[in-house]
Write a protein that binds this ligand. Structure first.
Ligand SMILES: [Zn+2]
Length: 305
């Protein structure tokens, strides 16, 4: 079922687990991650960034594919624009029926970040589209940005940001970074800071970006400390790449290679869903727009009387 991510993340925050936010660049990845959700009965968010959409994953083609696949499973699936930098990117996602968006104005000064994020919330909420904002800045793993504590999110700022913007989810900087870490490097996450942010924001759904390469132990502890959305791209793409290479080395034709990439993607995501504690959570999921809610206000008969 195709849903917005805000209801998934509220449930995750209430029940202390995380929803995987998995990247999907093509048919094989989309079907791999949705079949992982279906098999484990996990809620799922699929993330798609502007750069990938410009280079290869045309949203006009990929969004309808994901939406169609989502209707084939009882597990709730959301599609979220990842790191939207401006209103144009958000508008394009809405036009393509993304159910959720992330507005990332984390490189702007605080008040400008708040102003742009609030504008996106005011645009999206009447459409039933959930919004994630970012405060503090999650940088690049290759530049070792995760070690720079000056970029970390401050709990008092997080509380102010959430109150002013009314976002549904907050991406925080607590020590991870995007992309591939140097060989042998494991990031050090500040779990105490995460717990402080969680307390200051009244159990707000919190997102961890740069999940790839952070290590199983760190991920489990992050979920325990209050993470409710885990973004995963680099490791999934790497699993697909390895699937293709292994099938090719075994003498497989192109069909075998793309099928192997889909299976590798599915297998890796199931492992992460186990770490996130999301398996089985879709079983009792009730969609927010049940029939009584779609009747509108029965007291208002539409005549204005
Ligand atoms: Zn990110």
């Amino acid at each position: 079922m195709y849903v917005s991510m805000d209801c998934l993340l509220r449930h995750a925050a209430e029940h202390h687990y995380a929803v995987m936010a998995a990247n999907a660049l093509n048919l094989e990845m989309a079907r791999g991650v949705i079949s992982a959700a279906d098999e484990t009965q996990s809620p799922l968010i699929i993330i798609l960034g502007s750069m990938a959409m410009a280079k290869h994953s045309t949203p006009e083609l990929l969004a309808p594919l994901i939406q169609r696949l989502a209707t084939e499973t009882a597990a709730p699936v959301a599609l979220c624009l990842d790191h939207g930098k401006d209103l144009n990117k958000v508008a394009k996602a809405l036009y393509n029926r993304f159910s959720s968006v992330m507005i990332d104005a984390s490189q702007l000064p605080m008040e400008e970040n708040i102003a742009l994020t609030r504008q996106v919330v005011e645009l999206c909420h009447p459409l039933g589209v959930g919004v994630e904002g970012e405060l503090g800045h999650v940088g690049q793993a290759a530049a070792l940005d995760g070690r720079d504590a000056s970029l970390y999110t401050r709990p008092e700022d997080a509380a102010y940001f959430v109150k002013e913007t009314k976002v549904d989810c907050l991406a925080v900087a607590i020590g991870t970074a995007h992309g591939k870490y140097p060989a042998g490097f494991r990031p050090k996450l500040n779990f105490d800071l995460l717990r402080e942010i969680k307390a200051a924001t009244n159990n707000m759904p919190i997102a961890l970006h740069g999940g790839s390469g952070s290590g199983d132990d760190n991920v489990r502890k992050a979920v325990e400390a209050g993470i409710n959305k885990i973004n995963l791209a680099t490791d999934l793409q790497e699993a697909c790449r390895r699937g293709v290479i292994e099938a090719s080395e075994a003498g497989g034709d192109y069909m075998k290679m793309i099928q192997a990439s889909e299976q590798a993607c599915k297998k890796l995501l199931i492992h992460w869903m186990e770490l996130a504690g999301s398996c089985g959570r879709a079983r009792n999921f009730t969609p927010p727009y049940t029939f009584p809610n779609l009747q509108g206000d029965v007291k208002n008969n539409g005549t204005g009387e």
